[in-house]
Write a protein that binds this ligand. Structure first.
Ligand SMILES: Cc1cc2nc3c(=O)[nH]c(=O)nc-3n(C[C@H](O)[C@H](O)[C@H](O)COP(=O)(O)OP(=O)(O)OC[C@H]3O[C@@H](n4cnc5c(N)ncnc54)[C@H](O)[C@@H]3O)c2cc1C
Length: 484
């Protein structure tokens, strides 16, 4: 690291760490990013997990929030190699004895598959989608920021408060509409009868009506590669293979931003943070984990309803009641026999992911935190249920359980993939309740990871918001060692 003194040091090169570094660098600060592993990108990395020539997304796969993120939209990421590929539909949700219900960009076209709910669906979604970009910006802003579209934000907020199960039963009459909504809401990784779980169902549906849920050409690593390339073009530096375990390993700087979980912030920065704050960081809850499979496939998944091939994401779990029961069992520490499966079929839209004529498949389900149970059969049975003959298309598979995820990236504590539980108590107050959640009692230390608002996903908004907080302090602080 030499004798250079940086304005800012960022620990971790996930999408939020890189976003924070870019915002600091484009505001004129000198920035160094220190990444613990040999590869940058955190949850946005891709590699040949199964066979040569098959590129799999190790973590994030489909990026509605990446495409809609106000911060990413302000960056010239295409000039640095990022190309979003849009599928024809965002979501397919196959059902046992009826056609798959689909989420298309067009509300009308989506409504054609919703039977008696078409008009009601349009009445709920259309006003939110009309101001959709502004609404997304408000949702992704720091918790106490004044909404720029207060009426739409309030309209959204009144619906978002509801448990997803109540919302679906109260608003929709068709099982297909309820299932589509339930699948989107289940991305919350919470019991669907918990307050605020309607929020994520609505957010993902609004996102799907603003634009298709895209995959990045070449794999999710293309996102971090583009962010890193942009950062370097702004003068920022990145060093890999530098895992920080103590404040004494940090080079001198004015401010330090941690793209880590609150648990790591507590252990690394304990000597420079008040004991009470450290205790609160340690009480942070990460929530359930995931079990994930990647497949090298001979051919496209043989869905019974061929429309499923049009969507980047397929939700497997049947009717909403079934999904709700599965996710509720999870909160009791039980493993599902018929899990709710989030499946992505990136190679269907991106030729670079598999050898000619072959395909990749990606699927995961939620499991109790820290689980090492192998759910390969349960997940593959769920795919087979809606795509008979699927198992015969598998050439090779790669499995990851909670322990594998935590070893891969220490931010995935217990296999939790979204930076921590977003239940009602932690939704707005992650990592601890503070007016500015990116700050800590030490004016030189900031948290910028998905464990801050607005939470999990590849959108860079936690990093951007944290960088804005750090920039407000920068001129007031002299550079030096964090211990000083
Ligand atoms: C299986 C799975 C599927 C997902 N699917 C999606 C999806 O489809 N779409 C989506 O938008 N999101 C998805 N996500 C979530 C998304 O990947 C994360 O929310 C996002 O990556 C969080 O970004 P981050 O920058 O906060 O942290 P991370 O991406 O976790 O990056 C943190 C980085 O910091 C490094 N680091 C940690 N501690 C230290 C240390 N002490 N010293 C140095 N370096 C350190 C880590 O090695 C890592 O590189 C998924 C995640 C997983 C695991």
């Amino acid at each position: 690291m030499g004798d250079v003194v940086y304005d800012a040091v960022v620990v971790g090169s996930g999408p939020n760490g890189l976003a924070a570094a870019i915002e600091l660098a484009r505001s004129g600060a000198s920035v160094l990013v220190l990444e613990g592993t040999e590869a940058i990108g955190g949850g946005t990395r891709s590699s040949e997990l199964t066979l040569p020539g098959y590129v799999h997304d190790v973590c994030s796969a489909v990026h509605p929030m990446g495409l809609l993120s106000p911060f990413f939209r302000s960056l010239p990421l295409e000039e640095h190699g990022l190309r979003w590929i849009r599928p024809e539909a965002s979501v397919a949700h196959p059902l046992d004895d009826e056609p798959a219900v689909m989420l298309y960009r067009s509300i009308e076209k989506t409504g054609e598959g919703l039977g008696r709910d078409a008009a009601r669906y349009s009445k709920i979604l259309s006003p939110l989608v009309r101001q959709g970009h502004g609404l997304m910006a408000d949702i992704l802003s720091p918790p106490l920021a004044m909404p720029t579209h207060p009426l739409t934000f309030m309209r959204f907020g009144l619906k978002a408060l509801w448990p997803a199960t109540w919302f679906a039963r109260g608003c929709f009459r068709e099982e297909s509409t309820r299932a589509l909504f339930g699948g989107c809401a289940a991305h919350s990784i919470l019991p669907l009868n918990a307050p605020f779980t309607a929020a994520l169902g609505l957010i993902f549906m609004i996102a799907g009506h603003l634009d298709e849920w895209p995959v990045p050409a070449g794999g999710s690593r293309a996102i971090s590669d583009a962010l890193a390339s942009l950062l370097r073009s702004l003068g920022g530096e990145i060093q890999t293979g530098v895992r920080i375990t103590s404040v004494d390993e940090l080079p001198p700087a004015r401010v330090f931003l941690f793209d880590t979980g609150p648990d790591q912030l507590a252990s690394i920065a304990e000597p420079v943070l008040p004991e009470r704050y450290v205790r609160r960081l340690r009480r942070y809850r990460f929530g359930p984990g995931v079990f994930k499979l990647d497949w090298a496939l001979e051919e496209p998944i043989p869905w019974r309803d061929k429309n499923c091939l049009l969507a980047s994401t397929v939700h497997l779990g049947g009717r909403m009641d079934e999904i709700a029961a599965t996710e509720a069992a999870l909160s009791r520490g039980e493993h599902p026999t018929r899990p709710f499966v989030l499946l992505c079929q990136q190679s269907q839209f991106d030729d670079s992911r598999a050898p000619t004529g072959k395909q990749t498949g990606y699927a995961y389900c939620h499991v109790p935190a820290g689980s090492n149970v192998d759910l390969t059969e349960a997940i593959e049975n769920q795919v087979e249920r809606f795509a008979p003959g699927f198992k015969d298309t598998i050439r090779a598979r790669h499995a990851m359980h909670c322990g594998d995820f935590e070893r891969y990236n220490p931010n995935f504590v217990g296999g939790a993939i979204t930076g921590g539980s977003a239940d009602i108590t932690q939704l707005m107050t992650r990592p601890v309740a503070r007016l500015d959640p990116y700050t800590t009692p030490n004016p030189r230390v900031f948290l910028c990871s998905a464990s801050t608002p607005p939470g999990g996903g590849v959108h860079g908004m936690c990093g951007y918001n944290a960088a804005r907080s750090a920039l407000r302090q920068l001129d007031k602080i002299a550079p030096g060692s964090l211990r000083a």
